[in-house]
Structure formats: structure tokens, C-alpha cells
Design a protein around this ligand. Structure first.
Ligand code: GDP
Ligand code: GDP
Length: 439
């Protein structure tokens, strides 16, 4: 089932990211630290009263620096209207109605999605009164909150959850279908690769229709798997809104990834790794999807050495060192089915469980081999369990979590990967304090 999406829009400084962090903060804390990528959060999973949804802070998306503020809020509103199921339109209760608020309101007026006007910085009862002036924006009763101190945020969440669609969007595919999101910067060859895959004689395209509004899905059978390719190339707005191509690239990639098991990150062999590629790669990693890196247009650089190319590339995105690399040419079809098969393997690893006994043995051995101590205290692992797959998530109960240094956790992760390759999937290791043993 696809999760519903809640977007926050508003002019700068009204408190969008403060609210975002308050709502999703708890979840974010679980995700391991990722070295080497920017950590601006624009997207995270959240839940309230058992209902799950995805939040995006559209203000946190990067726009071209030259874009005037007005263009920025316009794009925000547009993206929210297209992508979101519920829109939080945030305003500043201390300042009152601002001309840019009017601007955003004008855009949102045509929205078919529910819009909640959130009057932020209502830190006390007195300021609640002030928020009534936002009736003038034309979206009904404003909702006063304080993102900073949390006041009425729970009530706001109740309201959001009430406004979410009844059920999430039902997936039209078989439950065990493997969904591959084809992501990457414009022009790296995403559409060409999909066409090359579908043009292979062995690929029989199924007639399950794609259903989503922002991506075109293609379904086929491969090695007894139902495979769904989620294409993010389709829609281009480069001409329409200057400077926001990357904004769409990232957002579409993020949306597609939310529905996918595997992210197939396409890069252009001739261009090498650009900042945009790193961002897309970073999101794939953070989303916890299985990942495959596809180096396309290899026909243009075929004299280069693949091994050296791979090494140079992975140094630039060290957080994805678990991702296999496949070299392709959509023109000659070299490697394209290999890319699909590698993605299927990665998906299978992504769902692989290690029996608890095995897991405890592997980690205990690793600790015995290289014990870790700080300030005269030994790190001791009491118990380890795999709580989830997709991605595999391991919770370690230890005597003192402060002793579990980042680099040591990385060492333990590598110990697991030595026995279970887990190629193409991130592993999450979470360290918790073990309860006191009963005497
Ligand atoms: P954004 O640009 O819309 O994402 O706004 P930020 O979340 O960065 O917040 C802008 C400023 O407003 C920061 O200094 C926040 O600390 C402050 N702020 C955010 N929420 C509140 C609130 O509920 N009350 C008060 N008094 N200040 C807030
Ligand atoms: P997308 O924007 O990522 O979907 O990229 P397209 O599939 O539209 O491809 C962009 C351009 O790159 C087109 O002109 C393609 O013909 C070209 N292209 C795609 N794949 C390859 C390839 O493997 N080799 C070469 N030489 N050109 C390619």
C-alpha cells in the first residue's frame, strides 16, 4: 500500500522545518548517521495513532539561488498540489497575513486536496486569538500551533490524520512483485534503459496498467518474479519553471522510492558523478531501499577500465559501498538485463533474515576478537535481534550504549557482511541499553 503524503508549504521563516522536525523527529533519530552527504531533511516517514504517512517540507527543497522568493513559493505550492494528499499551509501568527502568504493562497485555491492553514508561533492563548485573521486566506478555520514548544501539535496531527484519504492507495500489483525505481538526473538515460529492457526479446510485458500520476510503471516477468519498473523520467518542467529541474528530479525520485523495493541509480559514464547524482544516491540510501548503481552510456567511454572507474566512483559516495555497480549501454543494450538481475538479487538480500542464534554468534565472535573498551569499561553485547527486514534492521542490547562508537558499529556491520553478503542493501544497526539482569 502506498503511503499518503503530507506537504508543508509556506514562506521562509514561518517555522516549516521546526514543525517537520517535531513531527518526524522521533523517526529520524533511528536512522544511522550517514557520512558524506548533506543532511537537509525534506522527507521522512511519520505516524500518528497508527496511521502512517510521509511528510515533505517543500521549503527544504533546493531551488536555484537566483530564483526570487515569489517563484520559490509558487513552485512549492505547485509541487504540494500535485504530490500531496494533505497540504499544511503554514503562516506566522505573530506577523499576521503577509503578501507572500496571499501569493501562496492564490496558488493553492485551485487545489483539490485538503488545505489546513497552520498559524504557527501561537505560543500562548493570547496568540490563538490573533490567528483568526487568517480566515481571510479563504481556507476555513486556521489551526493555531507552536511548532517550537509543541503546543496543539497533537491536535493538528489528529486533524491531519482525519483528512488523510480513507485507505492508502492500494497497489495494483501482486504482493510479492519487486518494484524497481529508475532514478537519476535528467538525460542520464533512464527512459532509454527502460526501453532497452522492454525491447529485449525475453521480456514479456504484462498488461497490468500503471496507476500512479507521477510515474509510469511497466510490469514484466523475469525469472519467476513479477517486476515493476517505476519510471521517473516522464515529466519535464525545465522550461516551465526555471532552475527547478533538480527540485523535481529529487522529489520524483523520492516519491518513486517510497513505492519501490530497489532504487536503480542511473549515472552517465561520460559525465561522471555530479552533485545531483550524489543527492539522489544519498536519498536512496536514507530511504533504506536496496540500491544498484548503473553506469550508463558505457559505449562512450568503453576504453576506460571498469575496475578503476568503479573504484573512483565509490570513493565519492562511500555511504553506498554496499551497492553493486553494473555497466550498461542503452544504445547497444549491453548490460541492461544484468542490471535487472542485479536489482532482483539486491531485492532478495533486502528481505533476507538472519536467524537470531546465528546473529548473536557472529556479533559475539566479532566482539571477542576485537573487544572495545573506553574509560576502563568494556562494551558487552547482551542480546541481538533482527527486528525488521527491508532493510534488515538489527537491534543490539548492550551494557552501555555510549560505548558503542560509530566506527565500532561499522566494524560490527562488516562482521555481519562477511558472513551474509547482503550485497545491494543497507543494514541498520541500532544500539540500545539492555535492562538490568535480575539477580
Ligand atoms: P522555515 O524557514 O519555515 O523552515 O522556518 P524555521 O523552522 O527555520 O523557523 C524559523 C524561525 O522561527 C526559527 O528561529 C524558529 O526557532 C522560529 N520558530 C519556529 N516555530 C516557532 C514557534 O512555534 N514559536 C516561536 N516563537 N518561534 C518559532
Ligand atoms: P533520461 O532523461 O534520464 O530519461 O534520459 P534519456 O533516456 O532521455 O537519454 C538522454 C540522452 O542520452 C538521449 O539522447 C539518449 O539517446 C542518450 N543515451 C541514453 N543512453 C545512452 C547510452 O547508453 N549511450 C549513449 N551513447 N547515449 C545514450
Amino acid at each position: 500500500m502506498d503511503k499518503s503524503l503530507v506537504a508543508i508549504v509556506g514562506r521562509p521563516n514561518v517555522g516549516k522545518s521546526t514543525l517537520f522536525n517535531r513531527i518526524v523527529g522521533r523517526r529520524i533519530a533511528i536512522v544511522e548517521d550517514t557520512a558524506g552527504i548533506t543532511r537537509d531533511r525534506l522527507y521522512a516517514e511519520a505516524d500518528w495513532n497508527g496511521k502512517e504517512f510521509v511528510m515533505i517540507d517543500t521549503g527544504g527543497l533546493l531551488l536555484n539561488d537566483q530564483d526570487p522568493l515569489k517563484a520559490e513559493v509558487t513552485v512549492q505550492a505547485q509541487v504540494a498540489m500535485e504530490e500531496a494528499d494533505v497540504i499544511l499551509f503554514m503562516v506566522d501568527a505573530v506577523i499576521g497575513v503577509h503578501p507572500l502568504d496571499q501569493e501562496i493562497a492564490d496558488h493553492l485555491r485551485g487545489s483539490t486536496k485538503p488545505v489546513i492553514v497552520v498559524a504557527n508561533k501561537a505560543d500562548n492563548d493570547y496568540r490563538d486569538q490573533d490567528s483568526t485573521e487568517f480566515y481571510a486566506l479563504g481556507f476555513g478555520e486556521p489551526f493555531p500551533v507552536s511548532a517550537l514548544n509543541g503546543r496543539s501539535v497533537a491536535d493538528l496531527l489528529d486533524e491531519i490524520v482525519r483528512k488523510l484519504p480513507e485507505e492508502g492507495k492500494e497497489s495494483p500489483y501482486p504482493e510479492d512483485a519487486i518494484k524497481i525505481a529508475i532514478i537519476g538526473r535528467p538525460n542520464v538515460g533512464k527512459s532509454s534503459i527502460i526501453n532497452a529492457i522492454l525491447g529485449e526479446k525475453r521480456v514479456i510485458v504484462s498488461d497490468i496498467p500503471g496507476t500512479t500520476r507521477d510515474a509510469i510503471d511497466t510490469v514484466f516477468e523475469r525469472k519467476e518474479n513479477t517486476v515493476v519498473l517505476i519510471d521517473t523520467a516522464g515529466i519535464r518542467r525545465a522550461g516551465k519553471i526555471q532552475g527547478s529541474v533538480e527540485y523535481y528530479t529529487v522529489l520524483r525520485a523520492v516519491r518513486a522510492m517510497e513505492r519501490a523495493d530497489v532504487a536503480m541509480i542511473i549515472i552517465d559514464a561520460h559525465d561522471g558523478l555530479k552533485d545531483g547524482d550524489k543527492r539522489v544516491a544519498g536519498f536512496a540510501h536514507e530511504a533504506g531501499r536496496a540500491c544498484v548503481i548503473v553506469v550508463n552510456k558505457w559505449d562512450l567511454v568503453s576504453e576506460e577500465d571498469m575496475k578503476q572507474y568503479a573504484q573512483k566512483l565509490l570513493v565519492q559516495i562511500p555511504f553506498l559501498s554496499y551497492a553493486p555497480l553494473v555497466f550498461t549501454s542503452a544504445i547497444t543494450k549491453m548490460g541492461v538485463m544484468d542490471a535487472v538481475d542485479t536489482a532482483l538479487d539486491a531485492a532478495s538480500n533486502h528481505a533476507m533474515r538472519i536467524p537470531t542464534g546465528e546473529l548473536n554468534r557472529i556479533l559475539q565472535d566479532a566482539v571477542d576478537k576485537h573487544p572495545y573498551a573506553r574509560k576502563g569499561k568494556d562494551l558487552r553485547i547482551k542480546y541481538v535481534t533482527m527486528t525488521e527486514v527491508k532493510p534488515p534492521t538489527i537491534v543490539m542490547f548492550v551494557n552501555d550504549p555510549d560505548l558503542a562508537h560509530f566506527s565500532y558499529v561499522r566494524y560490527l556491520e562488516n562482521a555481519i557482511r562477511r558472513e551474509y553478503a547482503y550485497e545491494g542493501t543497507p543494514l541498520r544497526l541500532i544500539v540500545r541499553k539492555a535492562k538490568k539482569e535480575r539477580k
